[in-house]
Design a protein. Sequence first.
Length: 436
Amino acid sequence: MFSERMEREAANEALGRRDAAAPLSDAPVAADDRSEPPESPGEIPGSQGAALSLAAWALFACVLTLVNRFFGFVVPLERMAPAIGHGVALVYLTALLFALMQAARSAARLPVSAPTLLAAGLAFAAPMGVLLLLNSQRLPAPPWLLLTANNLFLPIGACLFGAAVGRVIRHPNTLLAAAGFSIFFDIVMVTMGTVAVLMQRNPGIIAAVSVGAGGTSVPSARSVAPITGVTIGPADVLFLAIFFSSVYLLRLSWRATFTWMFGLLLLALAEVELVGMPVPALAPMGAAVLIANLRHQRFTDREKRDLVIGGAFAVFCAGAIVLISSRTIKPAPPEPQRLGLQIARNPQTGVFAVMGVSPGSRAEEAGLEPGNAVLEIDGRKPDTIPPAEYAQLLQNAGTRGLRLKVKAYQRPPREVTFEPVASPSPAGSSPAPPRG
């Protein structure tokens, strides 16, 4: 027994993994509780066919998004009862979530190094960058790029990039702490951080890079609504791959993590579809990782106390930030001569749509909502209006008036007319006459 103990102690010192503060136990360590990843990519178990599995599931997810986009050509979604429409949408979202999670799970099993994964991830994300560049230059993009940049190539890139980042985490304690922090981080980002700012100022960019509908129309002469406008962001796919890669390589509760994450994320998607309130996706992801793998934690008493204190402080800060922002940050009162309306060509669909509506504005009073397809502007198709004239129309819409023909999801087209409002004039001058 003494010689066996010395052999184990020497082996632990050679690997650099012996904890001097913990006594050496004679009990063997179970394979499922190993805290170190394989020493080389070739030792990753079950990695055969991982690349093919990743490609197949990503392609399946892309096909689902095409069904979402074009299903309205086959089945008149506008005539469906709301309950049936939501049911169809939930079936689609369930399949899409499962496909993306399987793709992230396959990326975690790839037997390649982290630098190779990073390089491949950037390469697969390049088509999305090309599409955004073409859109910024107002150049037409080929249809295949519009359909696949955010629905096929970007998810694969996010899976590969996330799998590489997940290999940096080399201990269960680190993963569990990161999962807890991600919940706090995403709540703050979605409620008042970068995501919240983008949703208010440029929601089109979020739709452009997300997996799913990305808009209310398709690039076609006939406008149809998708099954649902709910999308899954690329950052969500990225963190799916990060968590799965870490859980897999650390030999934690792999199946339990997948099951809990799928269930909680599906509940979040159902809430967005039925209620419409955005949900920080990292909250259910982090909760799933904690619930499924908390038994693998090896925190000392002092580390547990520090985590409790840090977690309580993080929750307090998040609550204070949300409360203070809700009371102090108010939207600026809209000027009467401005419509508070943002219309732009959707970079994914190539179709013009309402991208933003200011709270309390004339546009909000008229019932316009982000995502409404804009079929006509002053009786003309938006894509037939020269860019310079189009910019002037929107810039002077409040003072000169504007007529729009819009179409909301599962509703017939309608016309919205904004009457001209005189702009404020300096004292002693006469306001400009409205357009006749």
